[in-house]
Every structure is written in C-alpha cells, then in structure tokens.
Design a protein around this ligand. Sequence first.
Ligand SMILES: [Ca+2]
Ligand SMILES: [Ca+2]
Ligand SMILES: [Ca+2]
Ligand SMILES: [Ca+2]
Length: 456
Amino acid sequence: MIGAPKLGRSVVSTLIRKRTSIALVSVFAFAILWITSAGAVTPGDLDPSFGTGGKVATDFGGSEAAQALILQPNGKIVVGGSTYQGDEVTAALARYLPDGSLDPVFGGDGTVTLGVSGSIWGLAFRPGGGVIAVGEFGAVRIQWNGLLDTTFGTNGVAQLPFGNAWDLAIQQDGKIVAVGCNGCLGNSDFRVARLNPDGTTDESFGNGGEVDTDFDAQDTPFAVAVQRDGRIVVAGWAENANSTESDFALARYNPDGSLDSTFDGDGRTTIDFGAREFAYDLAVQSDAKLVVVGQSTLPPTGNDFALARLNTDGSLDTQGLDRYLDAPFGTGGKVLTSFGDDDIATSVEIEPGGKILVAGLASPEGTDGDFGLVRYNVDGSVDSSFGTAGKVTTAMTTGEDVPWGVVVQRDGRIVVAGGSQGSGSDDFLLARYQVRGCCFIDGSPPGGPPDPGPLP
Ligand SMILES: [Ca+2]
Ligand SMILES: [Ca+2]
Ligand SMILES: [Ca+2]
Ligand SMILES: [Ca+2]
C-alpha cells in the first residue's frame, strides 16, 4: 500500500554493514550501560522495561503485519492487522500489558484471529466498551475479552460500501465514520460512510449513508478524524490519470455529510510539495489545526517524510495567527525530513504539550529500512532534545520495518507498532521509547481503570 519503496538494495552490502554495527555496539556497550544506570535517559531511547530491550515481536504462526494501534485508558496496548496462513489473509489482533507481555485475558493468550478475511486497517474504542475494527471485511466490534460481538451488524460483521476501509473514527454519539474508495483504481473518489452504533447503515448521512468526493482521477482517502465540533476531516491523496503527479488531499464534511464550505471554500483542498505526495495519517491539534503526514517522492533522493499543517479554514499554516504565541509551521506550512533514502511517514500523534510525533519507514542510506520516529516542535522544526538531532531509528528485523501506528502513553512514553517485509519472519512488531525524566524505568504500570466489562 505504501507508494513504492525501493527494495533494490544489495543484500551483501547490508550484511557487511550489519556486522560493522554489531562490532560498534559491543565496543560501546559498557558506556551505554553506565549511562543508563546513572539515570541519564535521552528522550527517544528504547525503554528497557518493555518486552526485550524495548522491543516486542508476536508471531501468530504465519506472516503477520500490524497496521493499527490504540492505547486503552488503563495502559494496555491493542494492535490490529493480519496473519497470512495457508493462502488466507485473516484479521488478527493482539493485546499487551503495559510491560509488553501478551494479555491472557484477551483471547486466552493475548492474541485473537477473527473469522473474517482481510486485514484490519483501523481501530477505535467504542463508547461504553469494546473496540471497532475496519478493513477489507467491513467493520466488526470486538468485546473486552477478544470475542467478536455477534449483535453488531449481521452476525458480527457490518458491511461498508467499499472494497477496503482504510480508517475509522467514532463520533461522540457512537456513530462510526469509515473511509475507503469506490474501487481505489481508475477514476476513484474519496468515499466516506457512516454506520449507526449497532452496525446498520446511517441513512441520515450523505446519500443513503455514504458520500463521494472527487479531486482528480484517482483519489484515495486514508485517514479520518472527527473534530470536537463534530465536523469530519478526511486526508489522503489525489493522483492524476497517468500517475505522474499526486498531492495530499483533504476534505471536510459537516455532520450530515455535506461538504463544509468554510474549509477552503468548497470543502476540499490539495497540498503539493513539488513532487508526488501520498498522505497516510492525520491529527487534530488542541487548537483545531490539522497536521497531515505522508511521503513526498522526488527522484533521485527518494521518499521523504512530508508534513503539512492547516489552519481551521483549510489554508496552509504559513503565518500563525498570533505572532508571539502561535508560530507558523515549517516553510509555507510544510516540512520535509529525510533520513537518507526511502523515508515514508505513516503515523502522527500530538503530544499533550503540542509537540508532534511522526513515525514511519526510515532508510538511512544503504540500510534495509527500519522504524523511524521524529519529534517536531510546534513550529515544525525538529526537536533536537529527542534522539539524535530529533530522529530515532530502530532496526526491528533485517527486513524493511514499517510502522503503522504511534501512540503516547499517559506517562509520556511512546509506543510504535508495525510489521516488516523481507525478513523471512513477519510478525507484529512493537517498540517503546522513553522520554526525558522518565521514572518508569522499573516497568511500573501507569495504572488506571480496569478493562471494561462485557458489552450489554
Ligand atoms: Ca510470523
Ligand atoms: Ca476522482
Ligand atoms: Ca504533487
Ligand atoms: Ca530493518
């Protein structure tokens, strides 16, 4: 699904580089241990109290990929994706305790394989308990113990009017907004659909429960958020007919599904970085500005992390509304960040203090591709107190490690989840990172309410 990351790297040179890195690691191991024991934590360091050295891999017995990540209020971590076994792709979920171990309350061993085909691409908590997941299969509701709720939709599965749902958001009234495209090929458009909380089509939304929005030839919506005022924002990309040019594309809708004319005049806007752009995630800041992230592809430098921030009226955040308090974002509202080669931002989360965390595939020159994480200040500059000059890369496998979700715990620690391609052992992959002053190095859980009880 990710644009077109180049895989044509020399395996031999990769192996040589890996051996060199191992040698360097052993040389510096004592120094790193000493620094850790002295309590000097650099924000962005892996959290040793999570899994093994800050990393977790979960195998379902096949080829897995994690594509959605949410955090329960009590600190448990829910990850959704797929497992490929015996020529079948099946929706799969895992739930983890705060220390990264699998939660046996969930499905008996922490993992659940749903009896629906296709991958989970979006997860969200449902008010009143349970989790809604969307993907190729439509939408399902999962109970606190991992079981499918068969009172939802038809025998537990609600149909959605597209081949694949890429994301969802849940309104305050419990209605479910999902995005996908009417074909995703040829002359496709953004399609937004809304379900009632019980999984039936919400006929009050748009045209019989769905809305189509055209930008260019091939339009693909990939992320959706519901603003606090109830308006619905969708981000993705608009591509021309011969795939030579594409831009970030955003649409905003009123709660009834009509385009919001206060957003760039007609409810739609596109953002060009001067190359081919694809947007994969969207976050709404506390001041209602929108942050969109994805990739910009400009040969020969490959893909870069691409970020844009929009004002609430849909214009790029080029000035800031208050010259003292509200800094403009990047250059002309846009930021590009390179790790070296093929770098693709897939997920964004706003920290409580307003800093912006972006996770994605990071490929420093010549590497096989790893989890990448960048923390930005509110003005779009990289936060130099984080990692190395604002960036962190984590090799999860010898393959191409692609994160598809980032969340911030209540204690500030950062969890990233995703999968890998080409390593030969594709599992759900998670990493957790520390932040400055982190006092949770002993693994004490953040506490909070217990799991919600069974659905009524
Ligand atoms: Ca596996
Ligand atoms: Ca179109
Ligand atoms: Ca473009
Ligand atoms: Ca890797």
